[in-house]
Ligand binder design. Structure first.
Ligand code: F6R
Length: 613
C-alpha cells in the first residue's frame, strides 16, 4: 500500500527518491510521483503506472535539489491517474505533501475550504489535507511546524505524511498516526520512508515514529520529535538488523521464488534459541512473561487477515489438539465490526506479517479495551502491531517483499506450533517424551523442505499442464484443510485463476457439482489418520473425470496410482505436515502465474501492507 520516501541533506535527492520508490514497489501501487525543491521552485512530476514510467517521464527535465519527497500511490479516493498521484501542492503552491492512509473527515474539510475559495485539482483526501494545513498556517499566522501540528489535531483518520515548504527549504516534517513511518539518520542528512528498505543502503540508524508523533528534520543534522500534544520526546535511535542483500532478489527471477527458497533458513531462524529438543523445553519470551494469565484463560481468540488468517486456523487446530483450550479464529475485519464477546480473561492472538494491517490493528484495540491480553505474532520488527500488543513473538522470516506471503506463513505456523506446545507442556496435557519427539522432528523440517524444493522442475511441469485452467479446487482434511485454503489463495492472488479451498468432506455438499474433465483438483493426501476418507474423496473426483494433483507422502504408491499427477513430501508428524504440504502449493502457484505472464511480485489490485480498511 502507498509508499513514502523523503530526503533532506547534501546529496541529489532525485536518485535517492527514485531508488527508494522502487524498493517500495512491493507494497503495491498504481501511480508514482516526486517533488524536488531547488531555487525556491518545486519541480513536481507525477505519473499513473510504474516508477520506471515516472523515471522515463522525468528524463531531460529538471530534477535537481537536495530536498525532495516521493510517493507510490495505491488509490483510495479517486482513480489512479496523473492528477490524483502524490505529491499534492497547496493552492498557493508553497506546500507539498505526500500521504499514506485515509483522512476520514476530508469531505467536511473540503467543503469548508471550498467556501473559503480553495479549489482542488484532484479527487484526493490528500489535496484537502495540504490545503487545510495551508489554511491553518495562514489564518493562525503560524510557522510550518505549528501549522502542521494544529491541523493534524483536527484530522480524523489514519496517515503518514511528509511535508515540504518553499519558504522553509532546509526543513522536512514527517508525521504519523496509524500508518508506519521511519526516519533514517545520516551525517547531516535524513531519510524518511514507510519502511526501512529505502533507507538501509545509506544508514542503519533509524527512529520509528510512534502514533501521533511528528519529526522536524533540519538540513544541518538537527532533529526533534514531538507528540501532536506538543510534548518533546527523546528519540529512540535503533540500529537496523536487516541488510541490503535481504531486500534484493539474489539471482532469483522474482522475490516470491526467492522467499519460497528461503523457507528452510527462515524456519531455522524462527526456531533458533527458542527450543531445546534434547532437554524438551520451549521458551517463547512473551509467553513466559504472561504465563499465568495465558494458562488461566478459558479461551483464546485468534484474529488476522488473509494468509495470516490461514495460519490462525492452523493455530486453532494445534492449540485445541494439544492443550485442550477452546480457540476461536476470526477475520479481523469481522471481529472489529460485529460487537464480539470478549472476556477480560481471554487471550487474543493477533497474527500479521507486516504488523500494519489496519483491520488487525483495530481488532487489537477492541480486545485491549475489553481488557483481554493481546499477544502479537508479527514479522516486521518494530511494526505497529508489535508495539500495540501486550506481548508477542517475532517470526524472524526476514523481509518479505513478494506480495504473496510464503515464508511469513510458514514461520507463523512454526510460532503457533511452539505456542501450542509450550502451553500444552505447562498445562501437562502432553508428555515430555511427546514434546521431545515433536521438537526433534521440527528441527528436521528445514531439511525436508529442501527435499521438496528439489522437485521444483517436476512441479513446473505440472504447472505447465494446468496453466490455462480457469478454476482450481483444493481439498484437505484436518491440518491440511487450512493449507488447502492457503494454496487456493496463493493461486488466485498471483495467477488470477479462480480457486477455492475446501475441507475435503465438504465437497459433496456443493463443490462436487463443479467437477468435470476441465477441473484440476489439488488433494492434500498426507494425513494418515484420514487416509480412507481421502482415498474416497479422490475416487469421487475421478468418477466425475476431474484431474487429480495429489500431494502425497513419499512412497505412497496407492494414491500415486489413483492421481493424475503426484508430488511427494517426506513423511513427518501430522501436526507438522502443513509446513511441508504448503511448499509445493506455493511453487505450483508461482509457476502457473509466471506462465500466464502475471506480475508475480506485484499482483494487480493488491498491496503488501494493507493499512486501510
Ligand atoms: C496473501 C497475503 C495477504 C496477507 C493479508 C494480511 O498472500 O499476503 O492475504 O496475508 O493482507 O497481511 P498481514 O499478515 O501483513 O497482516
Amino acid at each position: 500500500m502507498c509508499g513514502i520516501v523523503g530526503y533532506i541533506g547534501t546529496r541529489d535527492a532525485y536518485p535517492i527518491l527514485m531508488k527508494g520508490l522502487a524498493r517500495l514497489e512491493y507494497r503495491g501501487y498504481d501511480s508514482a510521483g516526486v517533488v524536488l525543491l531547488s531555487d525556491h521552485t518545486f519541480n513536481l512530476y507525477k505519473k499513473a503506472g510504474k516508477v520506471s514510467e515516472l523515471d522515463a517521464f522525468t528524463k531531460g527535465k529538471n530534477t535537481s535539489g537536495t530536498i525532495g519527497i516521493g510517493h507510490t500511490r495505491w488509490a483510495t479516493h479517486g482513480v489512479p491517474n496523473d492528477t490524483n498521484a502524490h505529491p499534492h501542492l497547496s493552492n498557493s503552491g508553497k506546500l507539498a505533501l505526500i500521504h499514506n492512509g485515509i483522512i476520514e473527515n476530508y469531505a467536511t474539510l473540503k467543503e469548508q475550504l471550498t467556501k473559503k475559495g480553495y479549489h482542488f485539482k484532484s479527487e484526493t483526501d490528500t489535496e484537502v489535507l495540504v490545503n487545510f494545513i495551508e489554511e491553518v498556517k495562514i489564518q493562525g499566522n503560524l510557522n510550518l511546524e505549528d501549522a502542521i501540528r494544529t491541523a493534524l489535531n483536527e484530522i480524523i483518520g489514519a496517515y503518514a505524511i511528509v511535508v515540504m515548504d518553499i519558504d522553509n527549504p532546509d526543513v522536512l516534517i514527517a508525521a504519523r498516526k496509524g500508518s508506519p513511518l521511519v526516519v533514517g539518520i545520516g551525517k547531516n542528512e535524513f531519510f524518511v520512508a514507510s519502511d526501512a528498505s529505502p533507507i538501509i543502503e545509506y544508514t542503519k540508524n533509524v527512529v520509528y515514529l510512534d502514533d501521533k508523533e511528528y519529526a522536524v528534520l533540519h538540513r544541518n543534522g538537527d532533529f526533534t520529535i514531538h507528540t501532536l500534544g506538543n510534548v518533546q520526546m527523546t528519540p529512540f535511535v535503533q540500529e537496523l538488523q536487516m541488510d541490503l542483500e535481504a531486500i534484493e532478489k539474489g539471482g532469483f527471477d522474482h522475490f516470491m521464488l526467492k522467499e519460497i527458497y528461503e523457507q528452510p533458513r527462515a524456519l531455522v531462524d524462527s526456531i533458533r534459541g527458542r527450543v531445546n529438543a534434547e532437554d524438551g523445553w520451549i521458551k517463547l519470551g512473551g509467553v513466559e512473561e504472561y504465563l499465568n494469565r495465558i494458562l488461566k484463560a478459558n479461551r483464546y481468540i485468534i484474529t488476522a487477515c488473509g494468509t495470516s488468517y490461514h495460519a490462525g486456523l492452523l493455530g486453532e487446530y494445534l492449540i485445541e489438539d494439544l492443550s485442550r483450550i477452546p480457540v476461536e479464529v476470526e477475520f479481523a475485519s469481522e471481529f472489529r465490526y460485529r460487537n464480539p464477546i470478549i472476556y477480560n480473561d481471554d487471550v487474543v492472538l493477533a497474527i500479521s506479517q507486516s504488523g500494519e494491517t489496519a483491520d488487525t490493528l483495530a481488532a487489537i484495540e477492541i480486545a485491549k479495551e475489553r481488557q483481554a491480553l493481546v499477544y502479537g505474532i508479527c514479522n516486521v520488527i518494530g511494526s505497529s502491531i508489535a508495539r500495540a500488543t501486550h506481548a508477542g513473538s517475532y517470526t524472524h522470516a526476514g523481509p518479505e517483499i513478494g506480495v504473496a506471503s510464503t515464508k511469513a506463513f510458514s514461520t507463523q505456523v512454526v510460532l503457533l506450533i511452539l505456542w501450542a506446545l509450550q502451553i500444552a507442556e505447562k498445562k501437562g496435557s502432553i508428555s515430555t517424551s511427546y514434546l521431545r519427539r515433536i521438537l526433534f522432528e521440527l528441527e528436521s523440517i528445514p531439511k525436508k523442505i529442501e527435499e521438496i524444493l528439489k522437485q521444483n522442475d517436476a512441479i513446473r511441469e505440472i504447472a505447465y499442464k494446468f496453466h490455462n485452467a480457469e478454476n482450481f479446487l483444493y481439498l484437505g482434511r484436518g491440518y491440511n484443510y487450512p493449507v488447502a485454503m492457503e494454496g487456493a489463495l496463493k493461486l488466485k492472488e498471483i495467477s488470477y485463476i479462480h480457486a477455492e479451498g475446501y475441507p475435503a468432506a465438504e465437497m459433496k455438499h456443493g463443490p462436487i457439482a463443479l467437477i468435470d474433465e476441465q477441473m484440476p483438483v489439488v488433494v492434500l493426501a498426507t494425513n494418515e489418520s484420514a487416509r480412507e476418507k481421502i482415498v474416497s474423496n479422490i475416487q469421487e473426483v475421478k468418477a466425475r473425470k476431474g484431474q487429480i494433483i495429489a500431494v502425497i507422502n513419499e512412497g505412497d504408491e496407492e494414491i500415486r496410482a489413483m492421481a493424475d499427477y503426484a508430488i511427494e513430501i517426506p513423511s513427518t508428524e501430522e501436526i507438522l505436515t502443513p509446513l511441508l504440504t504448503v511448499v509445493p502449493l506455493q511453487l505450483l502457484s508461482y509457476h502457473i502465474a509466471v506462465m500466464r505472464g502475471a506480475n508475480v511480485d506485484q499482483p494487480r489490485n493488491l498491496a503488501k501492507s494493507v493499512t486501510v480498511e
